[in-house]
Each structure stands twice: as C-alpha cells, then as structure tokens.
Write a protein that binds this ligand. Sequence first.
Ligand code: NDP
Ligand code: OXD
Length: 299
Amino acid sequence: MPEEANAILVAGLPEEAARIASALRAAGPYPVWLAEEDFPPEAIGCLVAYRPPPGLLARLPRLRLVHGTGAGVDALLADPDLPPVPLGRVVAPELSRMMVHHVLAALLRHLRRGETYAAQQRERLWLRHPPRDVEAFRVVVLGTGALGGAVLQALSALGIPAAGWNRRSGPLAEALAGAMAAVVLLPATPATRGILGRRELAALADDALVIAAGRGGQVDEEALLAELDAGRLSAALDVFNEEPLPPASPFWTHPRCVVTPHIAAAPDPAAVARCVLESMARIARGEPPLFPVDRARGY
Ligand code: NDP
Ligand code: OXD
C-alpha cells in the first residue's frame, strides 16, 4: 500500500502564493510546492488555492484535501475538476479584523461626510456640515457568519445600531426598510445572486450607504447605479460582477461611489497556514477539516 500523499501545492498570484508557501514551510512538516514549479503530482495531497488555474486539479490524482486561501470558496466549487475530497476554508481573527476595518472605514467616512469634504478640498472650500446622525444610523449586515458576526460586534462596541440578516431572517426588503446602511457579507451561491435588487435598494432610507464586500453579482449593479445617479444612495464597492472592474465602468468616477479592488480582507499567510495545517492533521485522523465547506449549501 503506497503511503498517503502529504505534500502541499500552493497556487495563486505569485507573491501571495510564495508568502503562503513560506508560512506553510515555517509552521509545518510537509513538503510545499508552488504551482509554477516542477512539482511531483503523485506527491500532492493538498491543494491550497483561491481560483486554481484551469486543469490544475485534474493533474492531482492523490488529493485528500482542497483548501481555500480565504473565506469564500466559490471559485473552487465552480472548478469542473474539483474532486470529491473534503474542502476547507479560512476563518481567522486576522481576516475578520481586516474586514471589520474595511467596513468601519466606509461607514465612518459616510457618517462624517468624507465624500463632501473630499470634494470641498479639491475646490479649497472651508464649509462645515453636521455629521450624519449616528442615533438614526441603523445598519443591516447581510451575513452573520465569521465576518458579518465580527462586524456586528464592532458596530455594537462603537454604539452604532445594527442588526444581522441571514437565512433564518424574514424577507430582506422588510429588514432593510428605512436602514441607513446595508453591508453585504454573503457567500456567492445561487441563492445570494442578485439578492440586493431594485426592490431591496429602494427599501433603504434616503441617503443610505451600500457596502458590498461579499462577492460580485450579489448587488444589482444597474439598479444601484440608478440610485447613485438619482443622488439617493451612496456606495462603497469592493466586489463587482466583473473583476478587475473594466475601465469603462461608471463606478470608477461616480462621486457617490468608493471603489476598492477586492481587498476588503486579503489572505493572511500565517492564518492560511494555521487552517491548512490543522486541517491536514484532522484529515490524517479521518476527521473533517477545521473549517469545512458544506458543498450542498455552497459555503
Ligand atoms: P460564513 O460562511 O461564516 O457566513 C456566511 C453567512 O451568510 C451566514 O450567516 C449565512 O447564513 C449567510 N447566508 C448564506 N446564504 C444566505 C442566503 N441565501 N440568505 C441569507 N443569508 C445567507 O462566511 P464568512 O463570514 O466567513 O464570509 C462571507 C463571505 O465574504 C465569503 O463567502 C466571501 O465571499 C466574502 N469575502 C470577501 C472578502 C473580500 O475581500 N471582499 C474577503 C473575505 C470574504 P446562515 O447563518 O443562515 O448560514
Ligand atoms: C475571500 C476573499 O473570500 O479574499 O477570502 O475574497
């Protein structure tokens, strides 16, 4: 009986993959290869990737674990060559903290009228405005998992009224009625596609902020753009239907929109290594990964 394959293969953007590979080597006993190296396919027991290059999974006959480099594994689930082995993802305080900072940066900028002062500064205008009313500032966080839960805790600590929304909650438009901000932190599944549509956006209060940091396709971009153009809503968008955001997208230059290039919570190499190595130990004992993905649910 040949020994179980126990080498780890890391695929991804070169610098990011190299950092994750270094963290895996520093913290674990397993041989670690990068996808662009001449790795021995028979030795690879675990692939670590966000979106494997097409065909890579089909070249790995002895996989025992596939592990994401982040929280969302939709790109792995969409790979036609994904074998029926356990699938793990990253849940880590480092990742949650990054997401909390991203969401707070956008919310606080909005509360303190950052967009107005940025425009005024370009015009050398010294004009004061009252901040938006924090007491009236009800936030709805779509997704109450590892990331949404951390955001809700942070908002509560700051005294910003907030409520979570998940699969057990009622209709989304009702939850959003009159809210001053919607923070989208949902996984990409068929059920979450287009979940923030025209009706849901219309339910938000005038002058509300939409923060999209889950996955592209969850917010109806056309309906959102119409709300921005009408001067009714503002947005902080980190994820888009198409990434990179095409140069012609109106979001780039919209005065009511802040665009970031899918960086709300980037993979933290030490956190990825921790989750992967613990999951490999569990797989060796015949247990599920540390943070298993439920394929039927899609996250
Ligand atoms: P979790 O799996 O911990 O939480 C997911 C949450 O979404 C749960 O509360 C779940 O509800 C809810 N949910 C799922 N489907 C639905 C649905 N159809 N209707 C209502 N609620 C639903 O995920 P994380 O918090 O770890 O991560 C969330 C997502 O954030 C990731 O999947 C990824 O796409 C995105 N992300 C984006 C990053 C970025 O840089 N922009 C960085 C990291 C992650 P329930 O509790 O009922 O199961
Ligand atoms: C993730 C991401 O899902 O970086 O972790 O988008």
